[in-house]
Design a protein around this ligand. Structure first.
Ligand SMILES: C[S@@+](CC[C@H](N)C(=O)[O-])C[C@H]1O[C@@H](n2cnc3c(N)ncnc32)[C@H](O)[C@@H]1O
Length: 243
């Protein structure tokens, strides 16, 4: 499962430490690579996934594994909440996020702070919504992180998870797998100069419980499933659960 797939297999350290190191390493190229490798579609996925929360009008939002804050920035415009807090373990990703927030004059709404999904530094029942894009796959202990999200959500509040999934239908499945396993790691390595990061990406997606398996985990932790929506032939999926 996801706990066994680590970015730097040859290192002894745990997944959390390696993930932090990897995202700090690739942080200067992270946004560029997202755009190039997804052909710009990542922005559309974030928009569509946030639209699933629109009717709930969440006022106080937590963005877990916020990285360079793209989801938080999109949520500020799309959901018009009173405040968004973004947390992430990789400080250098957060630094880039803070610059983007300042440039967009969103610093009255969005605040970023260093924090771990497995020990969220907020009291029970704090947030109307918790959102995570392309983050849960990287948690060292998936269920601990999701359990923490449940704890900090208000009763009736929503979790929205956007994560890569595995396309099922031929011929797109085969074409995509070829791209994901053979082309994406080469471009990722050339641009980021990190030998492991873009091999870890397809490996971690393969090991991740997507679709119905992920819904079952959410249900086991107490969430009711409100939406389960694959995008772009199932390249990624948005899941919305309710506490
Ligand atoms: C692929 S990036 C996603 C960033 C952003 N949400 C986006 O959509 O671009 C994954 C992020 O998850 C963060 N992360 C991984 N494990 C984490 C944890 N346990 N707690 C908080 N952040 C974590 C990484 O540091 C990284 O910034």
């Amino acid at each position: 499962m996801s706990t066994t797939v680590k970015p730097y297999q040859e290192m002894q350290s745990g997944k959390r430490e390696q993930v932090e190191l990897m995202f700090n390493n690739i942080s200067p190229k992270y946004d560029l690579l997202n755009k190039v490798l997804s052909l710009g579609i990542d922005k559309i996925w974030r928009k569509k996934s946030l639209n699933l929360l629109k009717s709930n009008q969440p006022k106080v939002i937590l963005d877990v594994a916020t990285g360079t804050a793209d989801l938080a920035i999109e949520a500020a415009g799309r959901l018009k909440p009173a405040s968004i807090i973004g947390i992430d373990i990789a400080e250098e990703m957060l630094q880039i996020g803070r610059e983007k927030i300042r440039a967009k004059k969103l610093d009255q709404i969005i605040t970023l702070q260093r924090g771990d999904s497995e020990k969220i530094n907020f009291p029970d029942n704090t947030f109307d919504a918790v959102v995570v894009s392309f983050g849960v796959r990287n948690f060292e202990h998936l269920e601990i992180g999701l359990g923490e999200i449940y704890r900090v959500l208000k009763p009736g509040g929503n979790i929205m998870v956007l994560e890569f999934s595995k396309p099922q239908k031929a011929p797109f499945k085969q074409v995509y797998q070829f791209y994901f396993k053979n082309i994406l790691p080469v471009i990722g390595k050339l641009v980021s100069k990190d030998t492991a990061a873009y091999t870890y990406l397809p490996d971690s997606v393969n090991a991740f419980p997507d679709g119905k398996a992920f819904c079952s985990i959410l249900e086991k932790l107490g969430f009711g499933i409100e939406h389960y929506k694959p995008f772009t032939f199932g390249v990624c999926t948005a899941y919305v659960g309710k506490k």
